[in-house]
Design a protein around this ligand. Structure first.
Ligand code: AMP
Length: 280
């Protein structure tokens, strides 16, 4: 079925009002487009929990720094609509930047807690304020009952969960496990930037996280396991921003042995920045 495409908040609200009148429950899947099977998995999981699914497509300028890839971020709305329709999305909200940030727009959400864990925030200082601001707007614009986010962006998932709770937005944020290529590389819209050789090397991040997790489970100290994963990745030519073991919810540095742990990594391969994470 071809999903309906709306570009304004007014048109979006006309559609959701009909669903509400019928007593339907609906999910929102926020994306920046360049849809792949990681995104469609969020739609599939949304359909299991709600009667209708809205996918939003918006390349949010507020979460890109001046030197980042906003201008060359992959865009293919026709392809996205086709893929999202096949996955079962009922409605697509794809606004222009002016619809989201009209002249005079002056509000940004300022974050603490998991947003200041010293991970993505350390390397992309404006990123989460931009993400939280647009996601809060999408939550209130759609009025959805549930929101689907990928574990692939693990810190983002914790930040958005915390933000919705702190701002009393009546939405349940649900995390969906990372969808991977057959060799294990996490699916990402940015994987198209990788050269053929880089694409073959890229899976080393996941492999090294797996290896570190296994060593931690067998009793090795998390810090030494992540340090040796960092060294291996550097020797393979990665520029490593971080490989670290964190508390799976607060993202703080673990203090005792029985905390649930998440291994989280970010590294550059050539001009492409890759992120990944796994549970221990
Ligand atoms: P993006 O368009 O890259 O901002 O991603 C939109 C949503 O899809 C976010 O919640 C991401 O975490 C999620 N996502 C991206 N890649 C994957 C993946 N490989 N597996 C699961 N979710 C993903």
């Amino acid at each position: 079925m071809k999903p309906k495409l709306v570009r304004t908040v007014a048109a979006l609200r006309r559609e959701t009002a009909k669903w509400r009148a019928e007593g339907l429950r609906y999910a929102v899947v926020p994306t920046m487009g360049a849809i792949h099977s990681g995104h469609t998995q969020l739609v599939t999981e949304g359909l299991k929990r709600a009667d209708r699914v809205i996918t939003t497509i918006f390349v949010n300028p507020k979460q890109f720094a001046a030197h980042e890839d906003l201008g060359k971020y992959p865009r293919d709305e026709d392809g996205d609509v086709r893929k999202l329709g096949k996955a079962g999305t009922h409605l697509i909200f794809s606004p222009a930047p002016d619809e989201v940030y009209p002249p005079g727009f002056s509000t940004t959400i300022s974050l603490a807690g998991p947003a200041k864990a010293g991970l993505e925030d350390k390397f992309r200082p404006l990123f989460f304020d931009g993400v939280a601001t647009v996601v809060a707007k999408l939550f209130t614009q759609t009025g959805a009952d549930i929101a689907m986010f990928g574990e692939k962006d693990y810190q983002q998932l914790q930040v958005v969960t915390r933000m919705a709770k702190d701002l009393d937005i009546a939405i349940e944020v649900i995390g969906v496990p990372t969808v991977r290529e057959t060799d294990g590389l996490a699916k990402s819209s940015r994987n198209v930037y990788l050269s053929k050789t880089e694409r073959q090397q890229a899976v080393a991040i996941y492999r090294n996280l797996q290896n570190a997790a296994e060593r931690i489970r067998s009793g090795v100290n998390p810090q030494s396991a992540t340090r040796s994963a960092t060294r291996t990745l550097m020797a393979l030519g990665f520029k490593v921003d971080y490989v670290t073991a964190r508390n799976a919810q607060s993202l703080s540095i673990p203090q005792n042995r029985d905390e649930p742990l998440r291994l989280i990594a970010a590294a550059w391969l050539g001009k492409t920045r890759l992120i990944d994470n796994i549970p221990v």
